[in-house]
Structure formats: structure tokens, C-alpha cells
Write a protein that binds this ligand. Sequence first.
Ligand SMILES: [Fe+2]
Length: 244
Amino acid sequence: MTGTGDGRTAPAGDVIGYRRDEGAHPPYLYPDYVGTRRRAPDRPLVVVPHTLSEITGPLYGHSSIGELDHDLTRQHAGEPLGQRIIVHGRVLDGDGRPVPDALIEVWQANAAGRYAHEVDDHPAPLDPNFSGAGRCLTGSDGRFEFITIKPGAYPWKNHPNAWRPAHIHLSIFGRAFVTRLVTQMYFPGDPLFDQDPIFNSVRDPRARARLVSTFDPERTVPEWALAYRFDIVLRGRDATPMEA
Ligand SMILES: [Fe+2]
């Protein structure tokens, strides 16, 4: 393994990879988040060297983006219930440069806090006009935008009376299949932050703050939608915390 002095590592003869900054990202095991007790690795990780096949192999999803895939409010015959919002931002690398052509996929609960998914059977209503999934590519300036509704909080049984703060899940694929990152975006001022072990598994409060979007009055649309900004920084001291 060869250190490059800037956080990158590479076994001799292989393509350079990036080391995970444990200060900015949640640990594999965070006992208050009960699910990590079952899935956290209990043996040292085995580093599988990247080779050219990972970098040059087929891409997933980039070529099949529909015109309205970024608009979660227009996927059905009617409009979903809830507060319509615009979620936008930029994907940036560790030096603040925009990252074009990143595939961003989002998934979220509906306004009542219910996922349109078979394992979510808690007693909140489904919305026939809301599937809760969308995707788009970043432009040449790294920008992305979604139109959706603000998700509701939902109970999840991690601990007594556990509720997740309102959040949107995001997956970011780069120009290779092995470059996927996953994170969650939250909303400012949520009263549920303090009791949420997923949010608090990011131990550095400055890193945790980077998971919270900012209300963006400039991008609100009168009589139509509120707006939130969420920039995604892939690495470096301002990196957005990413799930293991
Ligand atoms: Fe969720």
C-alpha cells in the first residue's frame, strides 16, 4: 500500500483509491444505532485493490435518465400531498471543483412519513401519487435539482419512541461502478436531531452540520414551492459524511 500524502492510497501497480476519513464519517459500529451491532464487520477489512476493470467497466443508470425523473411530484396522475419543495445543490470534489455527470438518486418517505415499500407497514397513509424515488445527473457545473415534497418523520423502533428526523436519502455514482457514495440530507431546525442515533453517529458536530440543508429563500418560487440547498462534497476537510 502506497501513501500519496493527500489521503490517497494505492497498492503498487494498481489504480489509486481513497482512504475513508473516520473523523468525518460515521463508524461501522455505533451501538446506539442498533442495526450497526448486527452488520458492523468484526474482523479487519480486506482491501480489494482497484484495477482498470472497475474504472472502465459499464456504468449504471447514467444513460437512462428520463426528462421528469428529477420531479417526484409528477410521476402519477395527480400531485402528491405535502409541502412542495425544491432541493438543489452542487457536487464538489475536495478542492471545491464541480463534479459533472454524477448520477444522483434519491429516495424518501411521503409527507406522512411512510415509505412506499413492503417492509414499511407502520400506520400512516400511503399516497397513491407519490413513489418517493427520483434521479438526475449533475450538469457541467456540478449542479443538481429535485422537485419533491417534504418528507415526514417516521417511527423506527430502534429504541423506545424512536422517530427519524425528516430526511432524504441520496446515492451518488461517479463515472465508475465502484464510486458510489450514500448519505442523508436533513432539514434545518428539526426537533428530532438530539434523539436520532443515525444523525449522531457522525461524531464531529461540524461534520454533522454538513448533513443539514439550508433554507434557500432565493430559490423559493412564489405561490408554488419552498427551497433547500444541499451541497455534496466528496472528500477533504469539508466532506459530506457518507454511510459505511
Ligand atoms: Fe429513511
